[in-house]
Design a protein around this ligand. Structure first.
Ligand SMILES: Cc1cc2nc3c(=O)[nH]c(=O)nc-3n(C[C@H](O)[C@H](O)[C@H](O)COP(=O)(O)O)c2cc1C
Length: 353
């Protein structure tokens, strides 16, 4: 009899379990991707925050840590996107995911190379557009999800998308366990994709002091803000976010300038580079100048938390689900638990598992 937990997603991505670890900037580094894949899931390497030169070595590093297939996430508007596409094709990774874009030509290039295309979408019309462009599957991220996020929750968006497209659909936004996996499959999805749950594992290379902030957060400590870059983004409330939220007018501009000075010192960027970045965001995104400056320096604020272990001085992107998680399992323990619990739910529901 067919195993209900072996779905079309497992066949599409050649993984044991229908569970994707999504890309997270400065978080989904080679160590996490390899640990996910070794545990039977499918990991995406977060290359949207890398330079084109960094992508090849990062892919090689994953390969050194796992023999299992894995994917790469990037977006077509990032600097050096053409070179990144070439590297991904040369290195023959199994799949690509995109937060923004891609276009028909890019999808055709990947498909000709046998690379699966699995964009993340947050609206029905985007799922339809991606289906028309010829992608292999879509990850549907409901409003509970981490990072930039929409307002429609998974329980509404997922069935809407399932009704609108015939492709394999993967549910994301708020998933963390075997109950969620069975619920997603019951809706008609082919699996789940999780970000925050994988960030909160022992295999995740984010410093322990930062993970401790995620463990401590309750749902009431997590908010969606547009104040950082003008687009709704879910974060754990901390000292930096409180200041950004509170600051108005001149005070905000002064704080943004203060952070820009620090970023200049850390990255060696020139004033001209920083101000041009802010001016570009200001003119193209309809943001205030201080908001544009924050948007330009947001990467430095994320790196402080995720790489430098300074969570009180950086930003903490998260899904709402962090508010109910209080453990840091290894990826292997997490995957075993998810599959065990999923099978127990199926038995309880009277299905054969
Ligand atoms: C810390 C963090 C960083 C993220 N960075 C990215 C990113 O660089 N690119 C992207 O497409 N999505 C990013 N996301 C969104 C995730 O890939 C994923 O869609 C989301 O976390 C799913 O919701 P969940 O956290 O409830 O599982 C990020 C999410 C988090 C929590």
């Amino acid at each position: 009899m067919k195993d209900p937990l072996h779905t079309a997603l497992c066949d599409l991505l050649a993984c044991r379990y229908p569970v994707i670890q999504t890309a997270m900037g400065w978080v989904a580094r080679p160590e996490l991707v390899a640990a996910t894949c070794n545990a039977g899931g499918f990991g995406f390497l977060a290359c949207a925050v890398m330079s084109a030169d960094e992508v090849g070595p990062a892919i090689d590093r994953v390969r050194a840590l796992t023999a299992a297939p894995f994917g790469v996430n990037f977006h077509m508007f990032q600097p050096g996107a053409d070179r990144i596409v070439k590297t991904i094709i040369e290195k023959r990774v199994k799949a690509v995911s995109f937060g923004r874009g891609p276009d028909r030509q890019m999808i055709a290039q990947f498909r000709d190379a046998g690379i699966r295309c699995i964009p993340t979408i947050g609206a029905v019309k985007h799922a339809q557009k991606m289906a028309a462009l010829g992608v292999d599957a879509v990850v549907v991220q409901g409003g509970e999800g981490g990072g930039h996020t929409g307002s429609v929750p998974s329980t509404i968006l997922l069935p809407q998308v399932l009704d609108a497209v015939t492709l394999p659909v993967v549910a994301a936004g708020g998933f963390a366990d075997g109950r969620g996996l069975v619920a997603a499959l019951a809706y008609g999805a082919q699996g789940i994709a999780m970000g925050t749950r994988f960030l909160m594992t022992r295999d995740c290379p984010v410093p322990e002091v930062t993970k401790a902030r995620y463990l401590k957060a309750g749902t009431g400590d997590i908010l969606v803000t547009e104040r950082v870059d003008g687009i709704p983004q879910r974060m754990i409330r901390n000292e930096v976010l409180d200041r950004i939220e509170r600051a108005g007018g001149l005070s905000k501009l002064m704080r943004a300038l203060g952070s820009a000075i620090e970023m200049k010192r850390e990255t060696g960027a020139t004033w001209f580079e920083l101000l041009s970045m802010a001016r570009h965001l200001h003119s193209s995104g309809g943001l205030s100048f201080s908001q544009s400056l924050y948007a330009g320096i947001a990467p430095a604020l994320f790196r402080r938390s995720m790489e430098q272990g300074l969570p009180q001085q950086g930003l903490l992107a998260t899904g709402l689900v962090a508010g109910r998680l209080d453990s840091l399992p290894s990826c292997a323990e997490l995957m075993e638990q998810i599959m065990r619990d999923a099978r127990a739910r199926l038995v309880a529901l009277g299905a054969s598992a």
